[in-house]
Design a protein around this ligand. Structure first.
Ligand code: NAD
Ligand code: MG
Length: 392
């Protein structure tokens, strides 16, 4: 039986890598639905190749443009425009697996819909889990959803852990998340104010979406990943550690109670964790070059510099604070990064916006998706007003 797949965010970096793996296995996977924000031409090409039943665009105008083009090209894909279209394609009874590859809190509702419908959920969209927190995991467990991490560090940890999650608590000593350190790992912190969006988006090892590229440069990406790990693996925040490893060959590690460490290694290419999630517990060809150990100059590890990367520690602080605080941190960071990418905010002030937003908003405990979405909106509006103090 073919696995029927919905790809949320199919035109992005993770989305296109997902389709690249699927393309190699057309006998095992079939695309049920695709979604994108505004990239009509890319979506048309994907519809022509993968013939999904549904395609969803983020606005009515883009949906109409796509529908017209599909018609002109004689393609049968139906374009959905309803407000809840993403939730529909994520929870449709004919879907087996959902790839959550939208960027930001915008992916929360459809990922939760997939979890609620008990799907196999391949989660790249870390912000959904950072915002959703305990509620997200309760929804996963209450509905028999199989949650497969796609973020490379979390996929690595997942692969190092025993399959029986009831043993994790007793066996895990700590989780060691590796980080590339981004493009400014060795740059003089005093010069970070002059970083441009183009410089921040030039990651040393990967080509990624613009938001995660900026997050990698500030190491807020790792902060979000600490929070993601806390929820995925149900470990106390103090048991999650970060170590910089610029070569990105070791994708993360688990230290067990007896001090033994298991690591997952390989060529840094997102198609590996994607293929792993698609086939789990089986293994399929990912299309990625095998790692040649003899050509490696060396593997190095170093501590993350708290002066250069002040945002990293906000993760542990937010996890110690009342529930909902991680959602506030995520919203502030989304607003600050968008302002930086729009040339409104200096790179070295992203952290200041995040910190000031956290100080200004003490959230009430969220009890539902509605509460989470309201909190996200409130935090975005606080961050936007805070931002005015910091714009150049
Ligand atoms: P991207 O910007 O390349 O792609 C994002 C996708 O989501 C696009 O298809 C876009 O059209 C869609 N989208 C954006 N905003 C939307 C909205 N408001 N509503 C609906 N759709 C929307 O981003 P990416 O690099 O592919 O990252 C996607 C997610 O995966 C992020 O959460 C990121 O943190 C995570 N991730 C990415 C990588 C990577 O290597 N790129 C690695 C690990 C985790
Ligand atoms: Mg990662």
């Amino acid at each position: 039986m073919k696995q029927r797949l919905t790809v949320l965010g199919s035109t992005g970096s993770i989305g296109t890598n997902t389709l690249d793996v699927v393309r190699r296995h057309s006998e095992d996977y079939e695309i049920f639905a695709l979604s994108a924000a505004t990239q009509v031409d890319a979506m048309l090409a994907q519809c022509a190749e993968f013939k999904p039943r549904f395609a969803v665009m983020a606005s009515g105008a883009h949906a109409q443009a796509l529908a017209d083009l599909l018609k002109t090209n004689g393609l049968q894909t139906q374009v959905l425009q309803a407000q809840d279209a993403l939730e529909q394609i994520a929870s449709h009874p004919d879907v087996d697996a959902v790839m959550g590859a939208i960027v930001g809190a915008a992916g929360l509702s459809p990922c939760l819909a997939a979890a609620q419908a008990g799907k196999r959920l391949l989660l790249a969209n870390k912000e959904a889990l950072v915002v959703g927190g305990a509620l997200f995991m309760q929804t996963v467990h209450a509905n028999g959803c199989t949650l497969l991490p796609i973020d490379s560090e979390h996929s690595a940890i997942f692969q190092c852990l025993p399959e029986d999650r009831s043993t994790w608590g007793a066996r895990i000593d700590s989780l060691l998340l590796t980080a590339s350190g981004g493009p400014f790992r060795q740059r003089d912190p005093a010069t970070l104010f002059e970083i441009t969006p183009a410089q921040a988006c030039k990651h040393p090892n990967f080509s990624m979406g613009r938001k995660i590229s900026v997050d990698s440069a500030t190491m807020m990406n790792k902060a979000l990943e600490v929070i993601e790990a806390r929820w995925l693996f149900d470990v106390a925040p103090e048991k999650i550690k970060v170590v910089i490893h610029p070569q990105q060959i070791v994708h993360s590690m688990v230290q067990f109670k007896d001090a033994s460490i298991l690591a997952q290694l390989g060529t840094p290419d997102m198609r590996v964790p994607i293929a792993c999630g698609l086939a789990w517990p089986e293994r399929i060809e990912s299309g990625v070059a095998r790692l040649d150990f003899t050509s490696l100059a060396g593997l190095t590890f170093e501590e993350a510099d708290a002066h250069r990367f002040p945002g990293l520690h906000l993760s542990w602080q937010a996890l110690q604070a009342p529930e909902g605080t991680t959602a506030v941190l995520n919203a502030a960071n989304e607003v600050a990064v968008a302002a930086f990418l729009g040339n409104q905010l200096r790179f070295d002030r992203i952290h200041a916006v995040n910190l000031a937003t956290l100080e200004k908003l003490q959230p009430a405990r969220p009890h539902s998706l509605g509460d989470l979405l309201a909190l996200n909106d409130e935090a975005r509006s606080v961050a936007s007003s805070v931002l005015e103090r910091f714009v150049a």
